[in-house]
Design a protein around this ligand. Structure first.
Ligand SMILES: Nc1ncnc2c1ncn2[C@@H]1O[C@@H]2COP(=O)(O)O[C@H]2[C@H]1O
Length: 703
């Protein structure tokens, strides 16, 4: 294409040359010193664009036009010159010195790189990587970090948490420990108010002597309430469209919008100022403090989330309600007795013993409708008793029912386990199954329950979103799965793909996991325990497989058309395995070719080992038969010799026969041992044949 350019004496040629220099000619060529213009026409060296022969010729042509042919000839000659120059330039450009070529390539690559990734001024990053984009997303600390933390680090962490909690400009994580601890304090203050306001308002427990103590306690609680409303709650982060909002103005606004804020503010109403008018005995003026009930509920919800046994919290909350209702009942009973006159009739409190204990006892009897209650004597007393019984029937029944539900939920899985076990045993008994089998079934249930604590793990996980379910399963089974060589050899996505398909199964000592000759439907990974791969006659253990080992894959892979189990595998003791079905394995291997190859190579190796082992055993048997027959033959020929007094030459023939037979057997053995792993070393079978010992067991483990 270069040679096809048209240089017909016009300025176009110059432009073209410039273009060529810019684009085709190597940059090093254009960088040559060109200070002096070159006027030589037939120059083989570099020319400046301004002084190209074309240019010179054109100038000359314009000034001295003699004849048309002369000009044409001149142009033609110059064109030839240019072409020859270009050819040289191009040739040079095509083959620059190698080190220059390298330099230029580096420069070009560098330029390309700069175009792709603009250089980032990155002073902070020591590895020269651009700093990560910082988003204003609140990072929430998980309450229970899985990483073990040293005590000193724990203290530091605790202190930093406390300081961030106290910092009025820091947002507060509603799920953090700091906030839950704060809720505990507020709940304590709330409970104090809830119990003591009614108690002090009705019973004569607040005397002029102890009033200052009561008041100190009251105002300490009020300080906590004030801090909660003005210092803590307005800093609480909240979720908005899936993101945690940490902005102080937003969190404040969010709290003020809630109904809880209104109740919290009302709960702080300073009705205590009315003490100045009514006196400090009117503790009932503090009744607004009871409106902070939502914080009490919030605390219980938080505890429910955080504690490992939330049933304790639920039962605790229900018991609190029950006792609080009885407490209110006791206070009301004392107040009525006081109003009617202590000990004035058979129904009222007789002012004997500890007032609170006696009244609490009375309230408990009426609320639970279990005791012999004193007969009411006037309308007020009748009304009181009716209300107390109704409360007992409805409210208490409800609360006690709740406790029953909570306990039932807590023990549901165990109850289900017992139900399944009882059902299975009953079924076996009905069918008159042998007692050892029944015992075995019970043993299996017991072992599986102790190991897994549930029978239907997938059902429990099913309520979670897919990815979360997978993460949970990975976390639960990570210890075992990290030991599986297959998963270590292949990409981590294989493990992620398979983890949800793994089904836990348990086996008892001696249980058959797979039987030789059966069609294979599942492969297994050993979670705990040991499994033995048995020889064909099941007299010998070919391999003992331990935690993390994989077996049962050969019949699933269908190598050389094998669909049946190549060996029997038994559980040695109690063992827990993961089963993976054929369809799940096939689906996974479709996307993980490397895993398929690893499994195939291993399977191939096992098949060859087993084939070699079987061949060796066959040869050993044949050898034994042959030596017996030779001995018999030798015996009979000796007898013949004796009887016929045969010549010594016949003995030599027999000896030769024996030697050739043993040589032949040796040759066979060595031919078979070539199938094994190390053909140059003496094989196991050779050694066994020589020493007449059984073939030793090969122990394979997940490692
Ligand atoms: N010699 C051996 N060593 C270890 N494992 C074996 C051996 N022979 C058979 N197995 C395993 O035992 C399994 C029996 O079922 P499969 O044939 O499906 O797959 C087999 C292998 O995974």
């Amino acid at each position: 294409m270069l040679y096809g350019l048209n240089f017909k004496g016009d300025i176009m040629g110059l432009d073209n040359l410039k273009f060529l220099r810019r684009h085709t000619v190597h940059p090093s060529a254009s960088a040559r010193p060109i200070s002096k213009p070159i006027h030589k026409r037939s120059c083989g060296s570099w020319c400046t664009p301004e002084t190209t022969p074309v240019h010179a010729t054109l100038t000359q042509t314009n000034s001295n036009i003699e004849t048309k042919t002369e000009i044409e000839q001149d142009v033609q000659q110059n064109t030839d010159n240019i072409l020859s120059q270009l050819q040289k330039v191009r040739l040079f450009a095509a083959s620059p010195p190698p080190e220059q070529k390298l330099d230029n390539e580096i420069t070009e690559a560098d330029t390309e790189l700069k175009e792709i990734k603009p250089p980032v001024s990155n002073d902070d990053s020591p590895d020269g990587l651009p700093p990560e984009e910082t988003k204003e997303v609140a990072v929430i600390e998980t309450p229970q970090s899985p990483v073990p933390v040293s005590p000193s680090r724990k203290t530091c962490k605790g202190l930093s948490r406390l300081s961030s909690f106290c910092d009025p400009f820091m947002p507060i994580d509603p799920q953090g420990r700091g906030y839950i601890s704060w809720l505990l304090l507020v709940t304590f203050c709330y409970s104090y108010n809830a119990w003591c306001i009614a108690l002090r308002a009705t019973f004569p427990y607040q005397t002029p002597a102890n009033t200052p103590y009561w008041m100190v306690a009251d105002y300490l609680c009020d300080v906590v309430y004030i801090l909660d409303v003005f210092f803590v709650k307005p800093r609480l982060m909240f979720l908005h469209e899936g993101f945690w909002v940490t902005d102080a103005a937003e969190t404040r606004k969010n709290y003020r919008k809630k109904s809880q804020f209104k109740f919290d503010v009302i709960s702080l109403l300073p009705l205590d100022f009315l003490y100045l008018y009514f006196g400090t005995q009117r503790v009932i003026l503090r009744i607004p403090r009871l409106l902070k009930l939502q914080t009490f509920w919030e605390f219980h919800q938080a505890m429910d989330r955080v504690l490992s046994s939330p049933y304790v919290v639920r039962i605790g909350k229900t018991l609190f309600y029950i006792f609080y209702l009885i407490h209110l009942n006791a206070c009301a009973y004392y107040a009525m007795s006081d109003y009617i006159g202590l000990g004035s009739n058979g129904w009222v409190y007789d002012n004997q013993g500890s007032a609170y204990i006696r009244c609490f006892y009375f309230a408990t009897k009426t609320a639970t409708s279990i005791g012999k209650n004193p007969k009411p004597e006037n309308t007020m007393e009748y009304l009181f008793m009716t209300a107390a019984w109704l409360m007992g029937v409805f409210v208490f029944a409800l609360l006690i029912g709740q406790i029953r539900d909570i306990i039932a939920t807590a023990t549901r899985t165990r109850t289900e386990y017992r139900k399944t076990l009882d059902g299975s045993i009953r079924y076996l008994r009905r069918l008159n199954m042998p007692a050892p089998l029944q015992r075995r079934v019970a043993l299996w249930f017991n072992y599986t329950w102790n190991k897994q604590r549930c029978f239907d793990e997938p059902r429990i996980l099913n309520s979670l979103p897919f990815n979360m379910k997978r993460d949970v399963a990975l976390e639960v089974h990570m210890t075992t799965l990290s030991k599986v060589q297959l998963f270590r050899d292949c990409s981590s996505s294989l493990l992620r793909d398979l983890v949800l398909q793994l089904r836990p199964v348990s086996f008892l000592p001696g249980d058959l996991v797979v039987r030789r000759g059966e069609v294979g439907h599942q492969m297994y990974i050993i979670k705990s325990g040991e499994c033995c791969v048995m020889s064909v006659d099941e007299n010998e253990v070919l391999a003992t497989l331990r935690e993390g080992s994989v077996f049962g894959e050969i019949s699933l892979l269908g190598i050389e058309g094998l669909r049946r189990r190549t060996a029997t595998v038994r559980s040695r003791g109690y063992s827990s395995l993961f089963a993976l079905s054929r369809s799940d394995l096939e689906a996974a291997l479709k996307h993980h070719k490397q895993a398929a190859q690893v499994l195939r190579i291993r399977a191939d190796q096992i098949i060859r080992e087993n084939a070699a082992r079987q061949a060796k055993q066959r040869i050993i048997k044949l050898e034994a038969k042959r030596s017996v027959s030779i001995q018999e033959e030798t015996g009979s020929s000796a007898r013949r010799r004796l009887s016929n007094t045969s010549s010594a030459s016949s003995l030599t023939v027999e000896g030769r026969k024996q030697r050739s037979a043993s040589a032949m057997s040796k040759r066979r053995l060595s031919a078979v041992s070539e199938i094994g792993d190390k053909p140059t070393q003496p094989t196991l079978a050779d050694t066994c044949v020589r020493s007449k010992t059984p073939i030793p067991t090969i122990v394979l483990s997940g490692e």
